[in-house]
Design a protein. Structure first.
Length: 364
């Protein structure tokens, strides 16, 4: 009867769960678009906004891709999810894999992943392999595993991932229009594998094809890399058809410590056809931008601050006019990389447990 069905909807003693029609969601997206009046003033821009993707469930934009990618994997019924990662992808995959009840394997470059990200992957119960190599070596191996049918690949080469990440573009246009009227002229974002750049380009191209956006309203896609890992910038600056892999890479922005942006074929045309550009910034400029954002109350990890550092560099080169309306994408949360944050910020001072001692330090 009805009572029995309510208690045991599948009629199998609860052993098998009905598929969740909403998919695998935590949920993600709907991140804030912040005003940053001090940075705006300092850079001499009329309108600058910061879209903070660190406000997603696992603290980075990867969640937008994983809800679709892991949802697709769950729907077709794969055995094992896998990714190579500089950290954030592994954290997101671990969480969404856990949500879906699927086995998750992540390959990380040993010693080069920020503490918060490894902690997330560990607690969400991914199997973590620390590879004696860099991110690009990890991705080579995971692609090989996928080719051999041993794992389902959830790096940004997975097209479902990029479908989810397109929502960043839709949200930027909607939020900017609602608050500012009109659309931004330019979007500045950090580039690692250039998956996000590819996703934004696809989003805008489809809006133009659908007649929802005029071609001349498409924001100029502007990519930023760390100077120690800048193969994408090299390709843009030299006008090359493809990107040459850098075997040796180094930067404080470990999230984008990548020698071969595997989505370059989809993103180089995006930067070029939207009239954007790409720029490399030194680690010191990244850390300074991280402090600047923090002083507006916005906590980001180093790779995210690269967007602001790149914008500053382009303003100094006079490549961006004061009246351009710009959105910078900050891709990951401050707490992802507590060591970088502590190194960039002020140092704690020791004091005796005594109000007099405290007053001696802080004054009347
Ligand atoms: N910002 C952050 C915080 C990232 O974690 C990444 C990529 C990027 C920017 C670059 O994005 O690859 O789409 O150009 N992180 C990947 C990872 C590689 O494994 O977490 P992209």
């Amino acid at each position: 009867g009805g009572r029995q069905r309510a208690a045991d909807p599948c009629g199998d003693g609860g052993r098998q769960r009905a598929a969740d029609p909403s998919g695998v969601s935590l949920p993600e997206g709907d991140t804030p678009l912040y005003e940053v009046p001090r940075i705006e003033d300092e850079l001499g821009l009329d309108r600058l906004r910061v879209k903070h993707e660190g406000m997603n469930p696992t603290g980075s934009f990867k969640d937008r891709g994983m809800t679709v990618g892991v949802g697709a994997a769950a729907a077709v019924g794969v055995d094992r999810l896998a990714c190579a990662s500089t950290g954030n992808t592994s954290a997101a995959l671990a969480a969404y894999g856990a949500r879906a009840g699927l086995e998750t394997l992540v390959l990380l470059p040993a010693g080069k992943v920020a503490a918060g990200k490894v902690a997330q992957a560990a607690l969400h119960d991914a199997r973590i392999l620390e590879v004696d190599g860099n991110f690009d070596d990890c991705l080579d191996i995971v692609q090989d595993l996928a080719d051999r049918g041993k794992a389902y690949l959830l790096n940004s080469l997975n097209p479902f991932r990029l479908e989810g990440q397109k929502t960043i573009g839709l949200e930027i246009l909607e939020q900017f229009r609602d608050k500012e009227g009109g659309f931004p002229d330019r979007i500045v974002l950090p580039v690692g594998n250039a998956g996000n750049t590819s996703a934004l380009y696809k989003c805008f191209r489809e809006l133009v094809q659908a007649g929802a956006l005029d071609r001349d309203e498409v924001p100029k896609l502007t990519g930023v890399q760390a100077a120690g890992a800048a193969p994408f910038v090299e390709a843009i600056e030299s006008g090359a058809e493809s990107v040459q892999r850098w075997d040796s890479v180094e930067t404080v922005a470990t999230a984008i410590r990548i020698g071969e942006p595997v989505n370059a074929p989809k993103s180089l045309p995006g930067v070029r056809e939207t009239g954007g550009t790409a720029v490399a910034v030194e680690d010191e400029a990244i850390t300074q931008a991280q402090r600047n954002l923090a002083r507006e109350g916005i906590g980001v990890e180093p790779a995210s601050a690269a967007s602001i550092a790149g914008l500053r560099e382009l303003r100094e080169r006079d490549e961006i006019d004061a009246d351009e309306r710009v959105v910078c994408l900050t891709t990951g949360h401050l707490l992802k990389d507590p060591e970088a944050a502590a190194a960039a910020g002020g140092k704690p001072e020791s004091v005796a447990a005594d109000v007099g001692a405290v007053l001696d330090l802080v004054g009347e």
